[in-house]
Design a protein around this ligand. Structure first.
Ligand SMILES: [Zn+2]
Length: 322
């Protein structure tokens, strides 16, 4: 990418999405359009190598606000308390990257910035109150209220994957039991299916696969396999339970389902989730349930949302030029 300079409040911002394997980077215009993009491998094994790589990237754009999105717990000062994909603990990432720059750097959870992207320029454009649930290896989430992303007092808001839908239920990777992540992630989809296959009377094409995973189940469901369809319907039902609690708490305009697994489960799980959610909303007779929509921005949600959050931050507390 070539260096772009702009100090205009309506100018672009740099968005960085730190994935487990790839660093996605984009210069993003105010309307969410990606002007330039690049990617490189994430040096996930070492915090020093990751920092060096990120510094090199942001130094190409000394005047642009920088937003970074990543999986994990990030506090309001941009310190990464815990990042599961990159093995870092207590890394003051925003401070490290802001050193010597004349534009702000903001770091936040990847699903939170993805929610902002969908609300501003994605499937939920035009709505102020939006909740995003992401389905992938795990379940994540992000919340936008009044047009602003909700990061919480410690930066830990939006961990929707760890809403308990079944007290004492399935073990979740977080250490608790009964979280929606233990019922609706891609990992859980494979696990629930393998448990079903213990029943020798079930007739299913999934028996031909040694240890069926989430993608195996969604493929089998698309081919009409009754067991795969039943599992996806059940997963959708659990998603609806979680969404009902979210909607009862926040009354959003739209619930957005995103993440790598969302599109492949949608045909079966979404109708089931809609039914399950509608049954559980308080005052169901007097209200219309919010729509559940599939995310529109795909893999770009992270870079676009990170850049838009950086623009928000720059607008709220502009750094005076020297
Ligand atoms: Zn959990």
């Amino acid at each position: 990418m070539s260096a772009t300079t702009s100090t205009s409040p309506d100018g672009p911002a740099l968005g960085i999405d730190i994935g487990g394997t790839r660093l996605r980077v984009a210069v993003v215009a105010a309307d969410g359009t990606i002007l330039e993009r690049t990617a490189r491998p994430t040096p996930a094994a070492e915090a020093d190598a990751l920092l060096a790589s990120l510094r090199e990237l942001v130094e190409e754009y000394p005047h642009l606000p920088v937003g970074v999105g990543m999986a994990g717990l990030v506090d309001p000062r941009g310190t990464v308390r815990y990042g599961p994909n990159i093995g870092v603990r207590d890394l003051p990432l925003a401070r490290e990257l802001a050193d010597g720059r004349d534009a702000p750097v903001v770091v936040a959870n990847d699903a939170s910035v993805a929610a902002l992207a969908e609300q501003r320029v994605g499937v939920a454009t035009g709505n102020d109150d939006v909740v995003l649930m992401t389905l992938g290896t795990g379940v994540g989430g992000g919340i936008v209220v009044g047009g602003q992303v909700v990061l919480g007092s410690g930066g830990f808001a939006g961990e929707l994957g760890h809403m308990v839908v079944h007290e004492g239920g399935r073990k979740c990777p977080c250490g608790n039991r009964g979280c929606i992540e233990a019922y609706a992630s891609g990992t859980a989809l494979g696990l629930i299916t393998r448990e079903r296959l213990v029943d020798p009377d079930l007739v299913t094409s999934l028996r031909e696969i040694a240890d069926p995973t989430g993608p195996d189940v969604t493929r089998a469901a698309a081919d009409g396999d009754p067991v795969a369809i039943e599992v996806l319907t059940e997963v959708g039902g659990w998603l609806g339970v979680a969404m009902a609690s979210i909607v009862n708490a926040l009354d959003p305009d739209v619930v957005v389902l995103g993440g790598g697994a969302a599109h492949s489960v949608a045909a079966i799980a979404l109708p089931s989730a809609r039914r399950s959610m509608a049954e559980r909303l308080v005052g169901a007779a007097w209200r219309t349930p919010p729509p559940i929509e599939l995310a529109a921005l795909g893999d770009d949600a992270g870079v676009v949302g990170a850049a838009l959050l950086a623009r928000d931050r720059a607008a709220a507390s502009p750094i005076p030029s020297a």
